[in-house]
Design a protein around this ligand. Sequence first.
Ligand SMILES: [Zn+2]
Length: 460
Amino acid sequence: MVGKIAVEAVEEKRQRLDELSKFIWNHPEAGFKEYKAQEKVVELLKEEGFQVETGVGGVPTAIKAVFGSGHPVIGFMGEFDALPGLSQRVSSTKETIEGQPYGHGCGHNLLCTAHVGGAIGLKEEMIKRNLPGTIALFMCPGEELLTGKPLMARGGAFEGIDVAVNFHPNKINEATTGVSTAVNSMKFHFHGKTSHAANAPENGRSALDAVELTNVGANYLREHVPSDVRIHYTITNGGVVPNIVPDEAEVWYYVRAFSREVVEDVYERLVCVANGAAMMTDTTVEVEFLGGCYNTQNNIVLANVVAEAMNEIPQEPWSEEELAFAAALDEKTADSAKATTKKYGLSKDTHLYTGPGKVTSFNSYGSTDIGDVMHLLPTAYFFTACTNMGAPAHSWQFTACAGSSIGEKGMIYAAKVMAVYGAKLIENPELIKQAKEVFDKQMEGRVYKCPIPDHVGVPQ
Ligand SMILES: [Zn+2]
């Protein structure tokens, strides 16, 4: 089997990898603040003989680690940020960890470590079999803010990579060809004039009125956009008390769609709505563009390579304890568990997935900034079983699984899959050629343009 040495190497490093994953899980950090995780990842990769660079593409917590030389250059696209409000113990009931505002409710501790393990495994295969090529492992900050990879791309971090791979913890073993949405995130800051709301309302110009009229306008806009568009908002400042006319108010919007072009069009129209609201209320508006990313664009050639690797590597069996833990979690999210088993055609009693690696084509209305890498070079995107069936993405249940042996098994499996994926591509350059042909066809002559304007800097 191609990649046998790589698989054995991952297994040999298992304890070290698990330590890294647990460290990151125990020290969850916000996007662009992943300094503790960065230090640990750099330490391990240096030990393993990689050439390591930080601050790649102008993003301070980003990492690039290189091994080997020449082509093909295989990119491993890791992430390591956590989410606010999702602190949780490894428990089947909701138990937050005191003093810990963040948690790995998207499992990026597993995501990070699987890419590190995959790169180490492939490196061993390359050394022992004297294979050509280069491993380029990246840790990409701020994925939850959907801007880490676009900012790194803007800084030129991904130049010279032939093909890449991105793994994410999820519910089943699946290489996806479905599409996730592109997104723009922006805040509208309105400025009005304060006054006593009862004694002198005529002197006031309410910034909150402008926010409300923007939302009314946005809700009318919904009817006249393509059906894949999603517009959602939250009022982040609505004033202080009812008897003061608010002179400052703010609303935060996301606009999503399955293509970048549609997002940009709807975004422009939404800015017009906000300008109209300002005009109606005699206030002014400032638009703060927070970030954006591309939709995903999966590569069927590479998805097939991932699925083939999945089916050659045995998935570890789940223990009785793991199955009981997952069943207890599923009791709390029975509707979500039912929807997942139905989606994948599994028995409704399934709590942890065991089965073949599949190529699927489900679309997702969520977004991930791997979409930007996918518009630069052919990239595979896949999932392994790391949680119970009902764990919602971004939930305390997900945090619990990401810190448990369930997540660890899914992570090690994913590391092996990525190592074998890399070995298969190095062995068979024809696959890379085919993947590039698919990519060129998808791009139809379009050129990647970072969605984040140059004046928007890296969040500090
Ligand atoms: Zn995630």
